[in-house]
Design a protein around this ligand. Structure first.
Ligand code: PLP
Length: 297
């Protein structure tokens, strides 16, 4: 299927308070965010026309701006409203939303106190990140040479654009090796996450996931922890060392885009898509399509 560039599509983007034709949503070359990484974003999904965990995503966007010292005076309800308008304007039933806040072009240089804040939301049809066979066999992952930074080295709890530079180069390196994604350790050498998803390991019927002290505590991750409790699956949030990877029974990744993605291989160790992964995947799909969600209509 031919790739449709993201700047050449039909539809409308909600930008700074109004719906604009998709192709007209341009930013200037001197935009501060483009030069210095001053941007915070969200990835949100919509199922059956309803936005899943909209309040949590809007709150994380606001919190991320605060961490990044970006002036952003929208309330959760106002961010929600922008998302709802973007979904409605593009007639999205099952899709993905990309809210983004960024520093404008009033000032160039490291300081940005004079730069105005911009906010836009795009929404488009994007049913599944990984498809078919990959979801049956699990994706292939290899360990990156890049590590998640310490919390006093980068704003690790904001979904800030700049943090993704090591994710993109890790993903490219993994793809060159024939893998789908990269596993990232943290600055201490502990197991952390993938390039845009959190990680869960199954061992003897129990779930284990790393403590999110230097990476995003994903909304899907938090949902899976709640589901594990509801399903009576023992759940351990703890430090995971790389030598434990080989001894695990199952692995899966979680994220708004990735949803529940089984992992079939990490470096030279293979895993089956086992019963715990399947149970969590089924429970997650039932929840997003019928559980506690915010109504768009
Ligand atoms: C680096 C990173 N970690 C984890 C996640 C998972 O977060 P969530 O479940 O909130 O989408 C994402 C995706 O947003 C991500 O980009």
């Amino acid at each position: 299927m031919a790739l449709i560039p993201y700047d050449d599509r039909d539809g409308h983007i909600w930008m700074n308070g109004k719906l604009m034709p998709w192709r007209d949503c341009k930013v200037h070359f001197m935009t501060h965010a483009l030069h210095y990484g001053g941007a915070v974003f969200e990835g949100v999904r919509c199922y059956n026309g309803q936005i899943f965990k909209i309040n949590e995503h809007s709150q994380r966007l606001i919190d991320g701006c605060k961490i990044m010292d970006i002036k952003f005076d929208y309330t959760v309800e106002q961010v929600n409203q922008a998302c709802i308008e973007a979904v409605r304007a593009n007639n999205i039933t099952d899709g993905y939303l990309r809210p983004l806040v960024w520093r404008g072009a009033e000032q160039i240089g490291v300081g940005a106190t004079e730069a105005k804040t911009h906010f836009a939301v795009a929404a488009w049809d994007w049913p599944q990140y990984y498809k078919g066979d990959l979801l049956e066999k699990g994706i292939k992952v290899c360990t990156s040479k890049w590590r998640r930074p310490a919390p006093d080295t980068a704003p690790v709890h904001a979904k800030a654009s700049g943090l993704y530079m090591i994710c993109t180069i890790s993903k490219h390196a993994a793809e060159k090796l024939g893998c789908n994604d990269a596993l990232m350790l943290d600055y201490r050498g502990h197991v952390a996450e993938l390039t845009s998803a959190n990680l869960f390991m199954v061992k003897d019927g129990a779930l284990h996931t790393p403590t999110p002290d230097c990476f995003l505590n994903g909304i899907t991750r938090q949902t899976v922890i709640e589901l594990a409790h509801q399903l009576g699956i023992p759940m351990h949030v703890r430090t995971i060392m790389p030598d434990e990877i080989k001894t695990a029974d199952e692995f899966f990744a979680t994220g708004t885009a990735a949803e529940i993605t089984p992992i079939g291989q990490i470096d030279d160790t293979f895993y089956k898509v086992g019963p715990v992964t399947r149970k969590i995947r089924e429970a997650y799909s039932a929840l997003v399509r019928g559980g506690v969600v915010e109504k768009v209509a």
